[in-house]
Design a protein around this ligand. Structure first.
Ligand code: DSN
Length: 418
């Protein structure tokens, strides 16, 4: 039987089909991506998209909110249980919006903010000059040590003592190691700064106890919900109760209008899934797979930034392989392996070219792939990079990628044969 969309709008239907096929038969290795469950998809595609609900549960600016109030309350309760936080606002539309609202709740334009450098693992919203953060605040940036490509507590402390930031941000989008949240707390206390952790990448691992939790150390914790946490594309802000009022105000009416109630429902579903015992095992396997992948890539001659990983992601320094991140991304794309080019610490290449690629295992692990599969994938990566530009050889790697993916069905029932 044809779906409604297939009948009413075949153009859109066909594009969605092609993307479903790309996800089904390729290896998704961008560490910030994942595959959500059918339950999350169902909630996200529900009639809750129709409802305006500006305000908070019980205090809305629209009538008819008594039902959606329940979903927001449920999402908040599940989130508190999952992370052990005192307060959460589940309305931010994205991680960037969550960060902007968090900034606006505790600092004013022109204040000094300290965050990790984008080109050494940080995020755009942690102070990049092309982002609201870098434009509106005075940014002091810490990076990693040249010797081991890990955060240097001495640098963090001395920069903080020198510049006395009002806000310190700990978190990253391309840092494979554990953050020492207790050390950041100590430094923040020393200079009287507010401490914000952005755990967008690590949230699922944190929820499962597989990566350190910042909750007890930080004033505010932001995250997206769609990475290791495996929920819908969105954000949340957790905090100590003292910041609740200011955060609520900066999300709405400060930055956003109506919350996306369908996405909040999908967040509630994802939090519920992450509360199940099997999610702990999932998070453990993500890290196990990332470590196996890193070790196998090293065995095949690749250099791994910081020598390995404690999380779901790894950064490959491609300089010894004599290929840029940009060309490696293209070669891997050609065989159905999706990664992204990424700067490595102290990268001689511009960000449009990059000397590295960033990859991760959350999506592969969701499919059920294991350590033996990681070893196969490492060899596909080696072969594809060595065979760049050689169509025949790339075709053979593409076949192997498709055959491995086919063994781990994902959204098979959504694929329609015409
Ligand atoms: N763009 C995300 C990532 O890929 O890490 C961070 O927001």
């Amino acid at each position: 039987m044809k779906s409604t969309l297939q009948t009413t709008d075949p153009a859109v239907f066909k594009i969605i089909q092609r993307e479903t096929e790309r996800q089904e038969f390729g290896l998704e290795m961008i560490p910030s991506e994942n595959y959500v469950s059918e339950a999350v998809l169902e909630a996200n595609g529900s009639v809750l998209t129709n409802k305006y609900a500006e305000g908070l549960p019980g205090k809305r600016y629209y009538g008819g909110c008594h039902v959606v109030d329940e979903i927001e309350d449920l999402a908040r309760e599940r989130c508190k249980q999952l992370f052990g936080c005192e307060f959460v606002n589940v309305q931010p539309h994205s991680g960037a919006t969550a960060n902007q609202a968090a900034y606006e709740s505790v600092v004013s334009f022109g204040d000094t903010v300290m965050g990790m450098r984008l080109d050494q693992g940080g995020h755009l919203t942690h102070g990049s000059p092309v982002n609201f953060s870098g434009r509106n605040y005075k940014i002091v940036a810490y990076g990693v040590r040249q010797s081991d490509q890990q955060v240097d507590p001495d640098e963090v402390r001395s920069l903080a003592l020198q510049h006395r930031p009002k806000l310190i941000i700990v978190g990253a989008s391309a840092y494979p190691r554990r953050f020492d949240f207790a050390m950041f707390r100590k430094v923040a206390d020393e200079v009287g700064a507010i401490l914000l952790a952005d755990i967008a990448h690590y949230a699922g691992l944190v929820a499962a106890g597989a990566y350190p939790s910042p909750i007890q150390h930080c004033d505010i914790v932001t995250t997206t919900t769609h990475k290791t946490l495996r929920g819908p594309r969105s954000g949340i802000i957790m905090a100590r109760e003292a910041h609740a009022k200011a955060i609520n105000k900066s999300v709405f009416p400060g930055l956003q209008g109506g919350p996306h109630m369908h996405t909040i429902a999908a967040k509630a579903v994802a939090f519920g899934e992450a509360l199940r015992p099997e999610f702990k095992d999932y998070a453990r396997r993500i890290i196990e797979n990332a470590q196996t992948l890193a070790a196998e890539l090293q065995r095949l001659g690749f250099t791994i930034v910081s020598g390995g990983t404690d999380s779901h992601l790894l950064l490959v320094d491609l300089r010894p392989a004599d290929i840029t991140g940009k060309d490696a991304e293209k070669a891997l794309d050609a065989v159905g392996i999706t990664v992204n080019k990424n700067t490595i610490p102290f990268d001689p290449q511009p960000p449009t070219v990059c000397s590295g690629i960033r990859m991760g295992t959350p999506a592969l692990t969701t499919r059920g792939m294991n350590q033996a599969d990681m070893k196969s994938i490492a060899s596909f990566i080696r072969e594809a990079i060595d065979a760049r530009g050689q169509e025949n050889k790339l075709n053979s790697v593409r076949d192997k990628v498709r055959s491995l993916s086919s063994r781990y069905p994902l959204y098979r029932d959504r694929l329609v044969r015409e």
